[in-house]
Unconditional design. Structure first.
Length: 518
């Protein structure tokens, strides 16, 4: 016997028409054939909220499904409205009952989120909602704008947002409407001078007030100094810490071919981010908010980059398919440094020493020093495969990680070995600050912190610590990325204090911390 179909909607025009909100489709029938578990709903293009099936000993059964439509559907050719079919199925056979619903109203979609320091398009960038959470994240003391645009598929009831504004958040500043036009709303938050983190409910409705979706608006400030950019080959993601110690995603940049190195120039625009894209042969530049700067440097195969705060320029290593290698000076003094025995895979600048930098070629096995526009020192045969460099301005020591020998060595200005840390299996990344040395060991799956050549703390159980970046405020604190597990970790002192979970990181392998104002 065919089931009797009931269409239960919050608003009805007496027809099988969808006007918004959650709709219940119910099927009632007798003489159930087979096991009730064989029955299921085919829900078309709707979103399923819930479902159930009840049968008694007399064979009378009731099946129901609760659905809604809140996405754009292509209209049927020549028809005024779209249609969708909800059917009750038994196994893979033909439907035992169905209903065709005319779709007259959809809940408008959140089409775009933009945020920035002003409504000027050059000062705003796009963000994506994370689940049901919309984040307005900014630095302390900033005036932050957020523009929410909605698209109404059937163009009949534009979206409206419900939140009680203006709102005094106490220590969190004030939140108000700049405008709350249907489908295009702008929020303004005068952020507090201190770190702050809170969440507020915000409700989206259509003009009828029938379709309803709840969102969470997260307002948070983060300290620029101590924030960090994570590289994951084709994307860059910026994270900061809130007052609650939580890690928050501040910006996400996409569209790279292969990011191989990151640097921050703190003298330009509050911290200009530079990234080498080896596959596309470019050095791209972004503001600290993640806005792309129009000027970019074209190169062959850029590998590594570092910035000289004193001189006001940056140096990028490059090479070609013929094995030739050189270093280009950009954003300040220009020019090319040649005479390298192979492409430099690492480069660090010496802050406080005018125009001095160190380079290393992992595959060529050399370490060299640049002074001004010349390569004045070249060490061959001292290291086998120098994988990473770090310079400690407080001690004037260059630290070199050597993959093949499993050592991390400190060289003084005369290129003499001062300290040698041993016992590593595959030291891949190092970072230093105030005589604190952090070593990420891929072979031992650990990260360790050393002070004056003595082990202070070792963190184990990290599947693949592919990069470490020290906190510029305190050498005892550091960021670490785990490439295999796709997570960013924050260590403070002797503890793991925060890590991302489900943050959407895909094989992260680069880190650069923000040094703050220099």
């Amino acid at each position: 016997m065919s089931p009797k179909i009931a269409f239960v909607a919050p608003v009805s025009n007496g027809q099988l028409s969808y006007l918004g909100g959650d709709v219940v489709i119910r099927a009632e029938f007798s003489n159930v054939v087979g096991d009730t578990l064989e029955y299921s709903w085919r829900t078309g293009r709707s979103i399923v909220i819930g479902r159930g099936f009840v049968a008694d000993s007399t064979g009378i059964a009731s099946a129901w499904v609760k659905v809604r439509w809140d996405s754009t559907l292509a209209r049927d050719s020549g028809a005024k409205y779209s249609k969708d079919t909800i059917a009750l199925m038994r196994s893979s056979s033909e439907p035992v009952g169905s209903v065709v619903v005319t779709l007259e109203n959809f809940l408008p979609r959140l089409d775009s989120i933009q945020a920035g320091s002003s409504l000027d398009s050059s000062a705003m960038r796009s963000y994506g909602a994370i689940g049901d959470t919309i984040g307005l994240l900014t630095r302390p003391g900033s005036m932050a704008y957020m523009r929410l645009r909605f698209r109404d598929p059937d163009r009949n009831y534009p979206a409206k947002l419900r939140i009680n504004l203006p709102m005094n958040l106490g220590k969190g500043g004030t939140l108000r409407w700049r405008s709350n036009d249907p489908g295009d709303s702008i929020l303004v938050w005068q952020a507090p001078d201190a770190l702050f983190d809170t969440s507020l409910p915000i409700v989206e409705t259509d003009g009828m007030g029938v379709g309803v979706r709840a969102w969470v608006l997260r307002l948070a400030t983060y300290a620029e100094e101590g924030s960090v950019w994570v590289g994951q080959r084709t994307q860059l993601v910026k994270f900061g810490q809130t007052a609650k110690g939580k890690l928050i995603e501040v910006a996400r940049l996409k569209g790279f071919g292969e990011v191989t190195s990151l640097a921050i120039d703190p003298l330009r625009e509050g911290g200009l981010l530079l990234g080498t894209d080896r596959r596309n042969g470019t050095v791209l530049k972004y503001t600290t908010e993640g806005l792309l700067r129009s000027v970019k440097t074209k190169m062959k195969r850029p590998q590594a980059i570092a910035c000289d705060y004193d001189k006001g320029n940056c140096l990028a290593t490059d090479g070609d398919s013929l094995g030739r290698a050189w270093i280009s000076r950009i954003d300040g003094d220009t020019g090319t440094i040649t005479g390298l025995p192979g492409i430099a895979t690492s480069i660090v600048t010496v802050q406080g020493a005018w125009g001095r930098s160190w380079i290393a070629g992992r595959d060529s096995g050399y370490v060299g020093r640049l002074t001004g526009k010349k390569l004045d020192t070249l060490l061959r045969g001292v290291f086998r495969r120098p994988s990473a460099l770090a310079f400690d301005d407080s001690t004037a020591l260059l630290w070199v990680a050597d993959l093949d020998s499993g050592t991390v060595t400190a060289l003084d200005t005369g290129c003499r070995k001062v300290v040698v840390l041993r016992g590593f299996k595959k030291p891949w990344s190092i970072a230093v600050k105030n005589d604190h040395v952090w070593v990420a060991d891929l072979g031992e799956q650990s990260v360790s912190r050393w002070k004056s050549g003595v082990l202070e703390k070792k963190f184990t159980g990290i599947a693949s610590p592919s990069a470490v970046a020290v906190d510029f405020r305190d050498g005892r604190n550091a960021w670490v990325v785990d490439e295999t597990m796709g997570r960013l970790m924050r260590f403070e002192g002797d503890s793991l204090v925060a890590q991302t979970s489900g943050g959407g990181l895909d094989r992260p392998n680069l880190l650069i911390g923000h040094p703050g104002n220099q």
